[in-house]
Design a protein around this ligand. Structure first.
Ligand code: CAA
Ligand code: FAD
Length: 387
């Protein structure tokens, strides 16, 4: 009853992948969701399962051990996982749309040959941009990179809020090499944990509790010259161009959260009887559910449209920002309504409906807050209108 019937057509390969991920999510992830949320810890068996299912190198070429699928395929995987658990979804999202994509798009052949096969099969990655004093103003970072006499790089500083960092062995790190150049002094690096990365404070959060979010410290971490990604001073462009793609992924995560909450609660409301009828049969309930279903469909179309525009090499930055901002609003409002549709039961941990609402809140914060998306949309609107 909740199938996807849309002209935003998916290929046979994308449909098959959706089915496979749906099975993995319901059979392997779902039984562990509550325990992982309460323990605030990702089950290592799930990370292993994601690698075994080929979900950690979705767009990576088969030559590099990946699945060689489309960007939309990655989006579908994120959406399907989020229907069941937003933490597993973001783990997979960061690894694929941020970490792997930086390497695929900007790294030397040598770096791709070295790291992409590991990242497709066994090594988890993190994307380290934000710092204690630079979140929205990401290019004001204080972490430094300096060349030593051999041409290797020495990184010093502290990154904050880094997803996957408790489990990751590999980090994409952004650092400032020449503050006099402003953001044009920022470079990007491929950094192995074993080079000396220190994982510090783990945050306790409102939602996506099983996803690790830690401070990551760099104290004279020596990174080989060859691990510079792209050109020196181009790190800022790498960061934001990757985030433009990543934001579509977060949009997909939010669509999945909204859909997951909707399905759980509507099913409950058809089972629950009051006044001699299923509560879902009251028009007051049905109208709310119809509105929610409409909002989810609109959000999904924004997300898929941004993904297809990207795949076709057309401008998609504005559409990605719109998809993220709208989907995160829909995820919050639908998961909030879902709690109400289930009454008191929705407010308990029993059904897991309240978890969707807690998990939805992050959509308006990470990968650029909703205000930052608005700023991006406004800037592009001005440009398009020649103002
Ligand atoms: N796409 C491409 N280029 C962009 C861009 C965009 N969306 N936004 C800005 N730029 C470029 C500009 O063109 C300019 O480059 P050039 O000089 O080469 O033309 C440069 O960036 C600076 O532009 P601005 O002066 O307009 O930018 P700013 O300094 O005001 O802010 C920003 C830029 C830091 C990118 C800000 O807009 C932003 O997006 N902040 C949010 C940061 C963010 O998303 N962090 C996410 C961390 S990762 C994460 O969160 C992962 C997770 O949780 C799961
Ligand atoms: P601030 O920038 O301090 O913003 C505070 C408020 O001010 C917000 O409402 C914001 O919208 C508003 N604001 C700021 N500037 C403007 C403006 N110009 N106009 C209007 N309003 C404005 N970062 C990574 O690098 N890697 C990760 O893996 C990662 N994972 C994360 C996981 C979690 C759970 C969380 C919470 C964060 C994560 N982040 C990550 C960091 C995340 O990207 C930042 O938290 C986010 O970009 C916002 O930055 P901030 O928290 O410093 O908020």
């Amino acid at each position: 009853p909740f199938g996807i019937n849309s002209l935003a057509k998916l290929s046979d390969e994308e449909e098959m992948l959706r089915e496979a991920v749906r099975r993995f999510a319901t059979e392997v992830v779902e039984p562990k969701v509550r325990e992982m949320d309460e323990n605030e810890k990702m089950d290592p068996a799930i990370i292993k399962g994601l690698f075994e299912q080929g979900l950690m190198g979705i767009e990576t070429s088969q030559d590099h051990g990946g699945a060689g699928c489309s960007f939309t395929a990655a989006i579908i995987v994120i959406e399907e996982l989020a229907k069941v658990d937003a933490s597993v979804s973001v783990l997979c999202d960061v690894h694929n749309t941020l970490v792997n994509t930086v390497l695929r798009k900007y790294a030397s052949k040598e770096l791709m040959d070295k790291y992409l096969p590991q990242l497709s099969t066994e090594v988890l990655g993190s994307f380290a941009l934000s710092e204690p004093s630079s979140g929205s103003d990401a290019f004001a970072m204080k972490t430094t990179c300096k060349k030593d006499s051999n041409g290797d790089w020495i990184i010093n500083g502290s990154k904050m809020w880094i997803t996957n960092s408790a489990e990751a062995e590999f980090f994409i790190v952004f650092a400032q090499g020449d503050p006099s150049k402003g953001y044009k002094g920022i470079s990007a690096f491929a950094v192995e944990k074993s080079m000396g990365v220190e994982i510090a404070k783990k945050e306790q959060k409102l939602g996506i509790k099983a996803s690790s979010t830690c401070t990551v410290n760099f104290d004279d971490v020596k990174v080989p010259a060859a691990n510079l990604i792209g050109e020196e001073g181009k790190g800022y462009k790498i960061a934001i161009e990757i985030l433009n793609e990543g934001r579509v992924g977060i949009g997909a995560q939010m669509v999945g959260i909204a859909q997951g909450a909707y399905e759980k609660s509507v099913r409950y409301a058809y089972d629950r009887t009051q006044f001699g009828k299923p509560v879902a049969s009251f028009q007051g309930m049905q109208f709310q559910m119809a509105d929610a279903a409409t909002e989810i469909e609109a959000a999904r179309l924004l997300v898929y449209n941004a993904a297809r525009l990207k795949e076709e090499g057309r401008p998609f930055t504005k559409q990605a920002a719109m998809a993220k901002i709208y989907s995160s609003q829909v995820a919050q409002s639908v998961s909030g309504s879902a709690i109400e549709w289930a009454g008191g039961v929705g407010f308990t941990r029993e059904t897991g409906i309240e978890k969707y609402w807690r998990d939805s809140k992050i959509g308006a914060i990470y990968e650029g807050t909703s205000n930052i998306q608005r700023q991006t949309i406004a800037k592009l609107q001005e440009k398009e209108m020649g103002l």
